[in-house]
Design a protein around this ligand. Sequence first.
Ligand code: 3H9
Length: 710
Amino acid sequence: MNELISYTKDGELGIITVNNPPVNALSPGVPEGIGLALEEITKDDEVKAGILIGGGRTFIAGADIKEFGKVTSGQKRDGINFLDLLVAIEDCPKPMIAAIHGTAFGGGLEVAMAFHYRVAVASAQVGQPECKLGIIPGAAGTQRLPRLAGVALATQMCADGNPINAKAALEAGIVDQIVEGDLLEGAKAFARSMIDNPIVKTRDKNDKLGDEATNAPIFAAARAAAKKAARGMMAPQAAIDAVEAATKLEFFAGCARERELFQECLFSDQSKAMIHAFFGEREVAKIPDIPKDTPLIPIAKAAVIGAGTMGGGITMNFVNVGIPVLLKETTQEALDRGLATIAKNYSNSVKKGRFSQEVMDKRMALITPTLGYDGFEEADIVVEAVFENMALKKETFAALDQICKPGAILASNTSTLDIDEIASATSRPESVVGTHFFSPANVMRLLEIVRGQATSKSVLATAMDLAKKIKKVGVLVGNCYGFVGNRMIHQYGREAQFLVEEGAQPQDVDGALYEFGLAMGPLAMGDLAGLDVGWRIRKEHAHLEKPGVRKALIADELAERGRYGQKTGKGWYIYDENRKPSPDPEVTALIEELTANAGIQRREISKEEIIERTIYALVNEGAKILEEGIALRAVDIDIIYLMGYGFPAWRGGPMWYASTVGLQKVYDRVCEFHAQHGELWTPAPLLKRLAEEGKTFEDFDKEKVKAARG
Ligand code: 3H9
């Protein structure tokens, strides 16, 4: 048909194969090719039924996401629309069968649902993940899915974007048969058995559409759930509206309503940000000077030092994917406590039905607790997760240098410290790397991989690959205090505190940032992490402070008073037995006392100023980090903030957000803050340059990619 679609005949069957690797997206040429093959099937009297199958590893994984930017930028004026093709498939007078393996996602599922039947292998998944890209299904997914699966499941799938497996799809009526063995052979047998059956079009199946009385509570519950789970996002609500339209309008009117909602979402800043995040998540894996074929170090056994919160979470990551772990602590009591926490975490998952007791038992059996270094000589990777103290880390690495086999990766879960200094305690700095996990380490998807001066490319490539294996997103960062994430968060937290000193209440600052979309405000986050942590670090680094530079007054005073946050029931807030925070008059009084003593004139502070002071502090530091090469690209910073710091996906990350505000505007405000607050706000020269050139951080990334290619 064309280079993306092949068409073959097997007796009375016409077989259409999509060949658009890697995921058979509906790129230009694919729908056209399917259309041509369909015409062939329709007009060839010898052909009695048709099959569509994906070549390679998957069925169609959706529309080509790269095309959306072309539509919104005006480059592709006629948009993306497969509705007519799908109606033509449905109108074919011969039984049409979609044969599914891999993922039938988005437009892929929409194509499959226009077929008269769907067969799938057991490992296949189907889903409408569009809202994860800030859009909704745009090829009648919201209209055909409820007709096959019923209103409740269709609403859920379109609003949360999560896929279901073939078995669930069979039970729901999305799939008609599960094929054991070869998919194409199974599909052919199924097709032959359907040749004389009357054809029922999906769009004519109205029996699962329910009525007003049964549907209203489903939509109300879905809207409430989406409001909570996808706070601030428009796509899930729009997806629910579109499914509701399917229950109230005839099919083609429903499609028209879906189209309107789809267009609204597609042209929103939210979808642009989320598409940036989708490609960004994949872009961060590409490191210019580390070729794809860099030899990897096989990882069959791991060891973790420290069974505290971080060490325990890191251990779970390994055993979850079948890698056995030697878990070391210094005392039996600490080891028992660590193991008990892991067991409790797993038990909770078993109780919630996430996996079986048998799976839990297998995972626990992969952990070998130890108080010594016996067995460490066999480990392919050791992750150190002891206290954030340089002397202790160096002592640990010197010991590992003596015990571990040559070539083993020696990784430190430091969140701030100099990886080169840690490596200097060994005779093999090329094997030393930072692996900065985020708490809770078994949940958070981010892994900052810190490159030391001597870290070998093999070690880095293996660490990036391992991140993927343990279902994390690894982002390579350079070595400096706090690396990327924590170095930036330091500026942000500082401004949050200054705002409180200058007149805002803690709940004003947290409230404004929560409203902006962050999972939690910075002061509440401090209470969760423990105010004693930063206080101790600041004490350790007090000698590095520059005289005359403004210091935050309140957090350390709270810690001095034993107000460590949630763990002591008091911090920036006071907590009840359910950990619900309330403003504490004692804190208000303390703020007033300390600021009066420091001669700070308190004033009214707007929400806008709260957002600008905190978020632009991130952006300005991010720009400095980019100039120094600590982050490879602006998108790497965005992914760090989306995956590790609760930054809202629909804002695209701090750097993307700044570009949407306009870098000139951001730069001007940074200059004003510099004039008002002094050197902490020194504008990043890169921010200045991009603002003056009318560019965005995306332009900067493109410049970098171009330069790397030479
Ligand atoms: C849609 O369908 C709208 C419709 O309602 C109709 C509108 C009118 N397009 O993830 P991987 C690339 S919206 C373009 O590493 P995996 C990806 O960037 C779409 N490119 O593989 C990567 O490129 P590179 C609804 C895509 O095996 C490479 O393929 N569909 C697309 O870990 C490999 O990807 C979705 O949202 C795409 N649709 O996971 C599905 N998908 O190598 C989105 C992937 O250059 N995709 N690429 O970095 C996925 O969820 C995963 O890619 C998938 C495979 C599970 C399919």
